[in-house]
Design a protein around this ligand. Structure first.
Ligand code: GAP
Length: 517
């Protein structure tokens, strides 16, 4: 199946099974804004807890924070967001569609890279063990030509970004003959800058309200509370502050489901270190964060680091962790060495000292910061796209039929187990209810008695429930039930009193956390 079709199916599946709904749908929706349904909110909370625990629970020197969305407008001047939080936009004159000019070029570069990789994979299959990739890259005319093209465009692109040369960005689009992906037209406007922050009024209009911004990142709430946390918690450097929360960006394009939203959630951690130590900690967090993803059991080939072509105004090192979504490899988390930029700027703009006093060396200094910043919604999308699978499964008569299954890691799955009486009589529903009464304190359980057992299994597969407990007539006699595993569809017979222990072992968040500690 083409990857675009997978993406469309995922969107439809998310809606049909209560994961994600378009916002304000009965009013025809609101661009790039989504609501999380009954299962979506559970998965989202589980991911958030996993992230929070991996930071705050596992590290003695990381504490949490929940700062307000509304912040003093000067914060965004100090952070550089008022002047520099812009995207270059370009319109297609024929289709009237708007695009991010940088993304058009980056996607073009990715296509060239994909062509090169395709040639390499083909050749490695052809030559087997004796294949020498370096030699192949240096000698194959097609690969050499594409690599030269890639390098030339990338150099021009990075230079244009660094000098903020919007005319050159447009020229690259024209020279590469990049067409509107929807209409195929190459009739482009000039490139303009567009600030992504939402502005709103603070206070009532009659009081001559001031303009403020909805925060576009949670990080600044951590910076402006640096001393509050450090002093009240008597934190010693190095230490970190973690925060999750809603952020808002007026994104130019709104065509990628929850990948690019205008209201979304971030999970950020700022790690305050001694100046000069930042690259050591940057490397440390790079590895730690990559391991966090691998603990989900995601295929390593679907994850990669991507070094930034152009460093943000605040960073001296930056890397993205990218996941291979059905729309290609895309950023899911950024790890940035932000130097002392933010604290120094807030010191300057607020006139208040934001320094750390080292009691051992008797020195005061503005700490440097290493940041890990991950999108909760993108992590959600990663888990859905990684877990979505269309398969054939035998029905009660042994014939193969289609099943759609969401293979979500059990510790993160919204519903951990469904308890299903085989029939709606003979005391089976009563036993099922009794089991739920006992297990609901530990696990999110669901009771289902409607439809055939096969259809109920299909429904639970589609929701991503990892375990189905079936109560049948044997249960009445010997107090055993079957436990059916979502991914393998195998079944085991177990004692009811063992259920809690068996399930705890399987869905415990501790297992994921142990892998990354
Ligand atoms: N404090 C640094 C910062 O905000 P960022 O790369 O702009 O860095 C961090 O954002 C993460 O937030 C991204 O890696 C991505 O996962 C998520 N993110 C950014 N823009 C998003 C959007 N429009 N919709 C959903 N997630 C987004």
């Amino acid at each position: 199946m083409a990857q675009e079709d997978v993406f469309k199916k995922l969107i439809a599946h998310s809606k049909e099974y209560g994961y994600i709904f378009p916002s304000s749908e009965i009013y025809d929706g609101l661009g790039a804004v989504y609501d999380y349904g009954q299962y979506g909110v559970e998965l989202k909370n589980n991911i958030k807890n996993y992230w929070w625990d991996s930071m705050v629970l596992l590290h003695e020197n990381i504490v949490g924070l929940d700062s307000a969305i509304f912040m003093h407008p000067k914060i965004w001047e100090a952070s550089g967001h008022v002047d520099a939080f812009n995207d270059p936009l370009i319109d297609n004159k024929d289709s009237k569609k708007r695009y991010r000019a940088d993304i058009l070029i980056e996607e073009y570069l990715q296509k060239i890279e994909a062509k090169i990789n395709k040639e390499i994979i083909k050749a490695s299959k052809r030559f087997g063990d004796v294949f020498n990739e370096k030699q192949f890259r240096e000698t194959n005319p097609q690969v050499k030509q594409n690599q030269a093209k890639f390098n030339t465009i990338q150099q021009r692109y990075v230079a244009a970004l660094e000098t903020d040369d919007l005319k050159e960005i447009r020229q690259i689009i024209l020279d590469c003959e990049i067409a509107d992906p929807v209409s195929g037209s190459r009739n482009w406007t000039d490139v303009r800058k567009f600030n992504l922050m939402f502005e709103t009024k603070f206070g009532s209009v009659s009081e001559e309200a001031n303009s403020i911004y909805l925060r576009p990142e949670t990080a600044q709430g951590i910076f402006v509370n640096f001393l509050n946390v450090q002093k009240s918690g008597r934190m010693k450097i190095p230490f970190g502050v973690a925060q999750t929360g809603k952020v808002f960006r007026n994104e130019i394009i709104a065509r990628q489901f929850i990948f690019r939203m205008r209201e979304f959630e971030q999970m950020e951690m700022q790690f305050f270190v001694r100046p000069g130590d930042e690259i050591k900690w940057y490397e440390y967090w790079k590895e730690k964060r990559m391991n966090w993803f691998k603990a989900f059991g995601i295929d390593e080939n679907k994850l990669r680091f991507h070094e930034h072509d152009k460093l943000a105004h605040y960073a001296n090192a930056a890397v993205d962790i990218e996941f291979d979504f059905p729309i290609g490899f895309k950023e899911i988390e950024g790890i940035h060495s932000r130097t002392d930029f933010d604290l120094a700027q807030h010191q300057k703009f607020s006139g208040k000292k934001l320094q750390y006093f080292d009691t051992e060396t008797k020195e005061s200094f503005v700490p440097f910061v290493v940041e890990t910043s991950i999108g909760l919604d993108r992590t959600f999308l990663m888990i859905l796209s990684n877990g979505y699978s269309e398969e054939k499964a035998p029905n009660a008569e042994g014939q193969l039929e289609d099943r759609v299954v969401l293979k979500i890691p059990p510790a993160l799955a919204p519903v951990k187990l469904a308890v299903l009486p085989l029939v709606r009589k003979d005391g089976l529903p009563e036993i099922a209810r009794k089991i739920i009464k006992e297990l609901k304190f530990d696990f999110n359980c669901q009771y289902e008695e409607k439809d055939s057992i096969g259809r109920r299994y299909r429904r639970q597969d589609a929701i991503g429930t990892p375990y189905c407990i079936t109560i049948d007539h044997q249960t009445v006699n010997d107090n055993t039930v079957t436990i059916r595993y979502r991914d393998s569809m195998k079944q085991d017979r177990v004692k009811i009193e063992k259920l809690r222990e068996i399930l705890s072992e399987k869905v415990n968040m501790r297992k994921l956390l142990e892998k990354i500690d």
